[in-house]
Design a protein around this ligand. Sequence first.
Ligand code: ADP
Ligand code: MG
Length: 236
Amino acid sequence: MSRPSSPVAVCDAVSRVYGGSNGRFRRSKPTVRALDDVSLSIEAGEFVCITGASGSGKSTLLHLLAGLDTPTEGRVTIADTDLSACSGKERVRLRRDEVGIVFQRFHLLPALSARANVALPLVEQGVGTKSRRERAADLLERVGIGNRLTHRPDELSGGEQQRVAIARAIVTQPSLVLADEPTGELDTETGQNVLELLQELPGQGRAVVVASHDDTIAAAADRRIELRDGQVVEDG
Ligand code: ADP
Ligand code: MG
């Protein structure tokens, strides 16, 4: 049975201010309003590209949506749960179960095989060893590197490492997949392959939000949200 679906993520009048005077240190940094009164709603099935120049607030927005950072003002809601109102434990659970993240520099653990990297989020979820290995191998197969299960990150190309990172981000079947400049370290052709992979992810209750100043990604997205100096200047 399908329920009327609520948004996967909502930002309600969100601002994030960095710096300023700090109680312990007399020296104060100039404050930066990295996000300024941002309101938006991400629906299941959407492939959204956050665009904007370097420093416009894209990474800050993704960190807030991931629950890795908290807004100075306003509210972020993931899967109907207000991140600022829930307990620390609940926030950890939401981050673990509802959000998957792909970083520009992949952030894989160097000592672990591709399969073990992908399986890692399932350890935190308490999934058994056999099932973890199967699910990780299945996903690596699906992203096209089923023949690299036991390779370590330094034995993989950039594009292959990013495929591992994408597999790791979706292994828990999160409702929200966030990717921060996922093609920034890749050559054009490899970047195109990674983009195609990301485009397959929306649907089945999932949304994908990619921060990028790569025009190819912006053109491929269903919706572009442009930031300028921390404000949304275009959404559509
Ligand atoms: P983008 O990802 O679009 O390049 P960011 O979200 O990284 O932009 O940064 C937005 C603004 O916030 C920039 O002016 C940046 O210098 C500032 N900023 C980002 N992170 C911090 C931080 N931890 N401390 C202070 N200022 C920061
Ligand atoms: Mg950034």
